[in-house]
Design a protein around this ligand. Sequence first.
Ligand SMILES: Nc1ncnc2c1ncn2[C@@H]1O[C@H](COP(=O)(O)OP(=O)(O)O)[C@@H](O)[C@H]1O
Ligand SMILES: [Mg+2]
Length: 323
Amino acid sequence: MATAEQLKSLIRSHLSMNAEQFYTSALQIAAHEARQGHDTLANEIKEMVDLARKKPATNNVIAFPQELAGLILTEQPARSLASLVVDSTLKERIERVILEFRQQHKLKKHGLGHRRKLLLSGEPGTGKTMTAQVLATELKQPLHIIQMDRLVTKFMGETGAKLRQIFERIRAMPGVYLFDEFDAIGGERDLGNDVGEMRRVLNAFLQFIENDTSDNLIIAAANNPRLLDRALFRRFDDVLHYALPDVESRKCLMANLLGTFQNPRFPMDKAAQAGKRLSHSEIDRACRDAIKMAILNNQSRATCASFNALLKERHAAYQGKEK
Ligand SMILES: Nc1ncnc2c1ncn2[C@@H]1O[C@H](COP(=O)(O)OP(=O)(O)O)[C@@H](O)[C@H]1O
Ligand SMILES: [Mg+2]
């Protein structure tokens, strides 16, 4: 029979929902039984563990600790790569991440790893979070968004310990993990917080990401690359830069978003010019508002005048935000 210590450890790991610890405890019992000559029982336990380890993730979920609920959003996004409007080089690099992930076994046979630690940086509203959603969709994985700014504010002084818990989860569970608003810890400068504490948190993060040997995609997204510590860039397999859309991207975005509400007599070039310096997200909003307005006015197309007015409104809102 298993020893009392082994049984207690088994129960403890079950209660803390630590699947890896649970399997280890079960295998220790199997080894103990084998030493007693109980080979059949030992083999049965081993088989059960092997089977459980092979099960798809959803049957095997290790939840995030309760106190992290609300700071980590889990979603099963459905966003296509086609709807992401970025320049062709950036698109190719995103496609390369998808290709390497899908064919990771091929790479592994040759001792190579797929690129999976990504740093996305650039202006707000240019598609960083959306890229994580696209990757999760394409790779059929859940997306976990860890809101770094809120994590740091809530757990001042304990952020390192919380990050450890998150990385333990990453080690055990498949998924795409997005550390959003990464500027909160990645900045070289003091962002109104205790600099020493932030440095410790950043160092802890760098250590965790370096030691992570899972197959999961780990993405950090930051709005201001100039503030990021240079040491960070070396720890990622890829650094992707996001920029405000150029005139062609704005045109493409408007056509995609307006869809059938696009007016054939719409001077798209002019509208794209009017959207200068607006982010993808602002253009997205203007298009949605134009569609709403058309619906409420019982029109089947957005009018040119209303769309231009909405773009102006976004400009004003955007500038207000920048102040
Ligand atoms: N490059 C893009 N292509 C298409 N839509 C975009 C793009 N960037 C942003 N959007 C739209 O704006 C929304 C907010 O953008 P988001 O990805 O959250 O920006 P970021 O994370 O860079 O601040 C997205 O959900 C999407 O609807
Ligand atoms: Mg974002």
